[in-house]
Design a protein around this ligand. Structure first.
Ligand SMILES: Cc1cc2nc3c(=O)[nH]c(=O)nc-3n(C[C@H](O)[C@H](O)[C@H](O)COP(=O)(O)OP(=O)(O)OC[C@H]3O[C@@H](n4cnc5c(N)ncnc54)[C@H](O)[C@@H]3O)c2cc1C
Length: 373
């Protein structure tokens, strides 16, 4: 029998990890606190490195079916619309990086990832409340009273990870003083207004990214980074006020203002980060994705990095017996830490692609052929 693996969290990283480990014969269960999956109004970019990671899980075609593939990626000055950098996407990025750059609804990406995992291994309404390592077995305790044992536990439980807290001590993520307003809505609402397929509009202290999320350009998404240092963190995901949002972008180009005028409702998220962690694993418990390297969304690499973690972790665990799990996790950390940290730190600078940028080290990377540490 394969290793008994418990994955905590059925988000982007947890599902990718379940698919990768299941494919190599592990006995995988995924525990998710939510009672059902909700389709929140958000888009997501899958850059070529992420698409290659998903290709190896057999999910590229499903992804392409629902996603939009832009020909160009624009960067513009917020007020004038002057172009500061254009990236050739479409066939050109495929030639250069061996995969497309796709944009889609976050809920559709989640559905694609779900399709890669047998549904019966996902246990909804299981909120982990604590764990205990006993010899070479890990005991998991859930809020609904269920107790489970596993040989290996993978914490894909996001930026507020309970497992990270138990492993490394309580420490809230740091609020950046900025919020992301996000909305998806029918493109028909902007009427005759012409927008780029994908554009980041750079203001002095704020920005907005706008792109299509469906193959047919039927849906638009925008996401901002807006200074709001007094934002009440208690409600870290909530409805945003459209009046406040429009006022914050009143001196942006008419195209941006037109998109914000057309938007029927908006949500807002506090943008939180952590410094690189000293450790990602202990005994037979490993952290993955936002649980170990939450980052600003300015390079669109958070989910991509979680998916890359999943692939590398599965490669490190391939053919590994129980006694060798510790070594495999050390290898996983040694392979992933430098790249994840470099991306986390580059993202924090928030100048990615503003001007001509060397992106091959991010987009050209292929986690399936990378040498393991
Ligand atoms: C505004 C914004 C825009 C972004 N845009 C992009 C983008 O374009 N491209 C990109 O690659 N990334 C993007 N990201 C980042 C991306 O959303 C995250 O990095 C990614 O979702 C992390 O995946 P994860 O699996 O680690 O965590 P999550 O997707 O957060 O999943 C964690 C899961 O664990 C569950 N969970 C938590 N605690 C428990 C518990 N105790 N017990 C059981 N289950 C639990 C949660 O319910 C959730 O389902 C963006 C982020 C933001 C904020």
């Amino acid at each position: 029998m394969g290793l008994r693996v418990a994955i905590i969290g059925a988000g982007m990283g947890g599902l990718a990890c379940a698919a990768a480990l299941k494919a190599q014969g592990a006995d995988v269960s995924v525990y998710e606190q939510a009672t059902q999956f909700k389709r929140i109004g958000a888009g997501i970019q899958m850059t070529p490195n992420a698409v290659k990671a998903l290709r190896g899980l057999g999910l590229e075609n499903a992804l392409r079916e629902v996603a939009f593939e832009a020909e160009l990626g624009h960067n513009r000055v917020a007020s004038s619309g002057e172009i500061t950098n254009v990236i050739e996407l479409g066939a050109r990025i495929v030639e250069r990086c061996n995969a497309p750059l796709l944009t889609l609804h976050r809920g559709d990406l989640h559905s694609v990832l779900l399709s890669g995992v047998p549904q019966e291994i996902i246990r909804m309404n299981h909120r982990l409340v604590s764990y205990k390592q006993q010899g070479d077995v890990v005991q998991l305790f859930f809020g609904n009273g269920v107790e489970v044992e596993a040989d290996l536990v993978i914490a894909a439980d996001g930026v507020h990870s309970l497992i990270r807290e138990q492993m490394l001590g309580p420490e809230a993520p740091r609020f950046t003083g900025r919020v992301a307003y996000r909305a998806t809505f029918p493109a028909s609402l902007i009427g005759e207004l012409k927008i780029d397929d994908r554009c980041k509009w750079w203001g002095a202290d704020r920005h907005i990214v706008i792109y299509y999320t469906t193959r047919t350009r039927s849906e638009i998404y925008f996401v901002t980074s807006t200074p709001e240092p007094d934002y009440n963190l208690e409600s870290w995901s909530t409805k945003g006020d459209l009046g406040e949002l429009r006022a914050a972008y009143a001196d942006f180009h008419p195209t941006v203002r037109g998109v914000l005028e057309a938007c029927p409702e908006v949500h807002k998220w506090a943008l939180v980060v952590r410094e690189p962690l000293p450790r990602w694993h202990e005994g037979c418990v490993a952290l993955l994705g936002d649980a170990c390297h939450p980052m600003t969304p300015y390079m669109a690499q958070g989910a991509a990095s979680a998916i890359e973690d999943a692939v590398i972790l599965s490669r490190c665990l391939k053919g590994v017996a129980r006694a060798a799990i510790g070594n495999a996790l050390t290898r996983y950390h040694a392979t992933r830490f430098p790249r994840a940290t470099a991306i986390q730190q580059t993202s924090a600078q928030n100048n990615w692609m503003k001007e001509k940028t060397d992106f091959d080290w991010v987009y050209g990377h292929d986690v399936w052929s990378e040498d393991l540490a």
